[in-house]
Design a protein around this ligand. Structure first.
Ligand code: NAP
Length: 349
């Protein structure tokens, strides 16, 4: 705890794209205070402001700029860690910390599909947090945030699954450059171009929603029984993933009924009034030209999913467009909301 009663937190991978977003979003947070930053040996030992190539639109918070970057090894004073580590190293490092009693809230893919690790979207499956009680890390725990495209998609699918039953989903994504980390895709590859491949992304979109929309039964998750086909593309947008979605539903509601359940969708983060909870998790746009990444990615603190263009489909029941901010809702902001839910439910006591 800090003098102000806030919980001290450390950012693992603090110099990267998501790490910087954590630091930006946590400035002035009512529950959490960044008191430690950690990254690779390339950065450890340097002052944060000298180790980082800061590319956020707000200045580095003063108290963070002067911190010395630490190594990502147990010995950190903060018990709560937000992990934005490169997936090549995240798995082992996060596990090592959890075994030493730390709570790790991770953005990396490594532990997402572990049977005892919650893959959490606080509005969709808050009950899955209970899986933490089945973990074998002693006093520590790992909680994961889904893939950035999965989060926007599943937020839009959840009210459909609950109200009409979901059968099959086809999704084609147009994903922002910031999703590839920093420095990410080279300018010669990305400008004037669309790259029709993002390594490992289609498999994540086809499997993660099954776990997230699954049922918690006797300490494990029974995956939901839907089929998803995904195609993922990298496009020359800075932030905000857009997804063209087609769905078959078990019952056939009208368009008005679908829009109504999207607009009315609220969940535990809203009931608990968590600081990072959007007022509305889903905003529906009636204008044919919306949603658009440049216009709508920052809606409701960047934590909302924008949906539009609901229409009949010649192959599926309906088709529509989804947009969400990949480094806010899809990464740092989503992980902060997970930690807020953990605090509200007494998991951080
Ligand atoms: P990034 O910009 O490449 O940053 C990677 C971070 O990991 C840097 O801080 C880097 O530190 C650190 N790191 C690399 N090797 C390390 C090592 N051996 N030991 C300790 N630290 C090491 O990546 P990113 O885009 O922020 O993504 C971070 C994680 O979040 C990834 O797993 C990614 O898949 C996931 N994610 C990203 C997004 C997104 O939209 N970008 C969304 C959801 C999830 P140095 O600077 O010292 O090298």
């Amino acid at each position: 705890m800090t003098k102000t009663g806030k919980i001290n937190v450390a950012i693992l991978g603090a110099t990267g794209s998501v790490g910087q977003k954590f630091i930006q979003l946590l400035e002035g947070h009512p529950y959490f205070q960044v008191t430690e930053v950690a990254a690779s040996d390339r950065s450890a030992g340097k002052k944060y402001s000298e180790a980082v190539n800061w590319f956020m639109t707000t200045p580095i918070p003063k108290d963070v700029a002067n911190l010395t970057v630490k190594a990502c090894a147990p010995g950190l004073e903060s018990k709560l860690l937000f992990s934005a580590l490169d997936a090549n190293v995240a798995g082992e490092i996060e596990e090592e910390f959890a075994k030493k009693g730390y709570f790790v809230v991770s953005n990396s893919k490594n532990h997402r599909m572990d049977k005892d690790v919650p893959l959490l979207i606080p509005e969709v499956n808050p009950d899955h947090l209970e899986l933490v009680k089945c973990q074998k890390f002693g006093g520590g725990a790992i909680v994961t945030n889904p893939n950035c495209s999965t989060i926007g998609l599943v937020l839009a699918l959840k009210p459909l699954a609950d109200n009409f039953g979901l059968d099959t989903v086809n999704v084609v994504t147009m994903q922002a450059l910031s999703g590839a980390g920093y420095p990410g895709v080279s300018s010669l590859d990305s400008i004037d171009n669309v790259i029709p491949f993002i390594g490992g992304e289609e498999a994540k979109l086809e499997t993660e929603p099954l776990k997230i929309l699954g049922q918690l039964k006797n300490g494990f998750i029974e995956d939901t029984n839907i089929k998803i086909s995904a195609q993922t593309n990298r496009v020359a947008v800075l932030d905000g993933h857009t997804e063209s979605v087609q769905v078959n539903l078990k019952t056939k509601p009208t368009k008005e009924e679908i829009i109504e359940v999207w607009k009315n969708f609220k969940s535990e983060p809203q009931a608990l009034d968590l600081p990072f909870a959007p007022i509305n998790p889903i905003y529906y746009f009636h204008e044919d030209k919306y949603p658009q990444p440049r216009l709508h990615r920052n809606l409701d603190k960047g934590m909302a999913t924008s949906v539009g263009r609901l229409r009949d489909c010649n192959i599926f029941d309906y088709k529509f467009t989804v947009l969400s901010h990949n480094t806010v809702r899809g990464a740092a902001g989503g992980a902060i909301l997970c930690a807020e839910l953990m605090k509200a439910k007494g998991y951080l006591d």
